[in-house]
Design a protein around this ligand. Structure first.
Ligand code: ZN
Length: 201
C-alpha cells in the first residue's frame, strides 16, 4: 500500500474511532502494514480525534523508527502480530467503555448471542493484565495472537484484520457485543450447532 494513502486512511479511521466513542482522549493506537517490512502507526500521546496524515509514524517491522515523530508506546505488540500473521495488515487497539467494563470485571465477553457476533468474532479470549508497553504485555498478546479480537484485563480491546476496515469493523462489533451482553444479562447463547454453522459462513 502507498504510504501517503495509508497515512490518510489512518487519520480517517482515528477520527471515526473517536467520533464513535470507541476511545477517548489520547487512548488507543492503530496501525497498517504498507509492505512486508514497513508499518505506519499512530503517534504516542496524541488525541485520536485530532490526528493528521503527517502525524503518523513509519516503523520497520523490527521497530526501527523511519520517519519523524514518536510511535505509540504499544507499537511492539502491533509489530509482533504482523510478524506472526502474514495475512494481518491492520491492528486496532482502544478502550471502548463497554469492553473495558467487562475487562475491569475480568468477565469473558460472549460473542455468540447474535449471528453477527458469531460470524464476525466467535470466541474472544481475555488476556491477563500487564503494564502498558511492557514485555509481559507483548508476550500475553502474542500467546493469543491468532485471535481476530481479544479483551485485555483492566485495560481495553484489540482487533486485527486483513485490512483497516476489517480490523475496525471487528472493533465496532466487539463493542456492540459487550454493550449487548451488559444489557441482556444472563440470556443464553445461540445453540452450539448454529454457532458452528455461522462460524463457517
Ligand atoms: Zn491501551
Amino acid at each position: 500500500m502507498n504510504e501517503r494513502y495509508a497515512r490518510e486512511l489512518l487519520a480517517e479511521f482515528c477520527k471515526r474511532l473517536y467520533d464513535r466513542q470507541l476511545t477517548v482522549s489520547a487512548g488507543g493506537n492503530m496501525s497498517v502494514r504498507i509492505s512486508p517490512e514497513e508499518v505506519i502507526i499512530t503517534p504516542s500521546g496524541r488525541n485520536k480525534g485530532m490526528l493528521e496524515p503527517e502525524d503518523m509514524v513509519k516503523l520497520s517491522i523490527d521497530g526501527e523508527v523511519l520517519s519523524a515523530g514518536k510511535p505509540s508506546i504499544e507499537h511492539r505488540f502491533h509489530l509482533a502480530l504482523y510478524r506472526m500473521n502474514p495475512e494481518t495488515n491492520a491492528v486496532v487497539h482502544c478502550h471502548p467503555l463497554n469492553c473495558v467494563t467487562l475487562a475491569v470485571r475480568n468477565e469473558p465477553i460472549r460473542c455468540n448471542l447474535t449471528p453477527e457476533g458469531a460470524m464476525l468474532l466467535g470466541h474472544v479470549p481475555m488476556i491477563a493484565y500487564y503494564t502498558p508497553g511492557s514485555d509481559d504485555l507483548v508476550e500475553a498478546v502474542t500467546a493469543e495472537g491468532h485471535a481476530k479480537a481479544m479483551l485485555m484485563e483492566r485495560h481495553g480491546a484489540l482487533t486485527q484484520g486483513r485490512s483497516l476496515e476489517e480490523a475496525y469493523n471487528r472493533m465496532e462489533e466487539l463493542e456492540f457485543q459487550a454493550r449487548l451482553q451488559l444489557l441482556v444479562g444472563d440470556a443464553q447463547d445461540l445453540p452450539a450447532d448454529e454457532v458452528e454453522k455461522l462460524s463457517r459462513m
